[in-house]
Design a protein around this ligand. Structure first.
Ligand SMILES: [Zn+2]
Length: 282
């Protein structure tokens, strides 16, 4: 946790799916209206940083969802990210590009992939990212070698594996945990009925995965960020120690303001700034 008396804001962004321009314009207009700077941006996966068609071809997705998106402009420096952006991998990513650097790398100015499992200190905040989604059948196997890309299903590259969870656990702690899918068991009893009535709503018992939850229980982050279901929700995990983790589930950028959250970090902890002032949609 930030030990100094420094206070700053950072943003969290849900699934981007190549819409980097919308992400930037929404956060810029928030920053302008709120007269607050953002120290950095954390993104929960399905970022889709395709440089070209060759990258796009290595993404797991039905053909109708394969779009180049905005990233090439950032990669070729025709546009730039105004703040450092740190993202993890979701289940729709150019594996032919990202998996050449499983420990993470800088793709272009102000744009960093955290890797399969990555830990970074951002202004005194320990941020851990774990890429991918859960698949029981693949979990105990190692990651397929990148040399098999193109000969096996792209989907085989979208999962996290036991080796990733073990590596993440070995760090022992984190202030912020960034995962793609939700941890299981975060829906509060009082929200079950409301959620059940909503369209395309996740089933409260089936939603999420146990490994994201296990990580939160082991690392005791103050905050867990996730996306994947394209649905906004705020939950919590109460640990055996009595401490808790806030869980912030974000919608997708295409859906609008619910894809975004801004947090203030101060000696008091990490607090979400509610009411982002969303008169202007992105
Ligand atoms: Zn998505």
């Amino acid at each position: 946790m930030a030990s100094s008396s420094e206070s700053f804001c950072f943003a969290a962004v849900g699934d981007v799916h190549g819409r980097m321009n919308r992400m930037v314009s929404f956060l810029q207009s928030w920053s302008k209206r709120a007269r607050r700077d953002l120290a950095f941006v954390l993104q929960v996966g399905d970022f889709e940083p395709h440089r070209d068609e060759a990258d796009l071809a290595t993404m797991s997705a039905p053909a109708r969802h394969k779009h180049l998106g905005d990233f090439a402009d950032y990669h070729q420096k025709r546009r730039h990210f105004p703040w450092p952006v740190y993202f993890i991998g979701g289940n729709h990513e150019p594996h032919g590009y990202l998996d050449t650097h499983p420990r993470g790398f800088q793709l272009t100015e102000n744009c960093h992939y955290l890797g399969r499992v990555g830990v970074i200190d951002l202004r005194g905040l320990c941020v851990m990212g774990v890429s991918g989604i859960h698949d029981e059948a693949s979990f105990q196997k190692p990651h397929p070698p990148l040399s098999l890309l193109g000969t096996i299903s792209n989907k085989a590259f979208t999962y996290f594996h036991e080796e990733d969870i073990e590596r993440a656990m070995s760090f022992g702690r984190a202030d912020v945990l960034v995962v793609h899918d939700w941890p299981s068991g975060i829906i509060a009893d009082e929200d079950r009925e409301v959620l059940a009535q909503q369209r395309r709503s996740p089933d409260a018992d089936a939603v999420g995965n146990e490994y994201a939850r296990l990580l939160a229980e082991a690392l005791h982050p103050k905050l867990v960020l996730c996306g994947h279901l394209h649905k906004s929700y705020r939950g919590a995990l109460i640990h055996a120690s009595g401490a808790d983790s806030q869980v912030c589930c974000l919608a997708s950028v295409e859906q609008g303001p619910e894809a975004f959250a801004v947090f203030q970090v101060s000696p008091l902890g990490i607090q979400e700034i509610t009411h982002l002032g969303t008169q202007e949609s992105p």
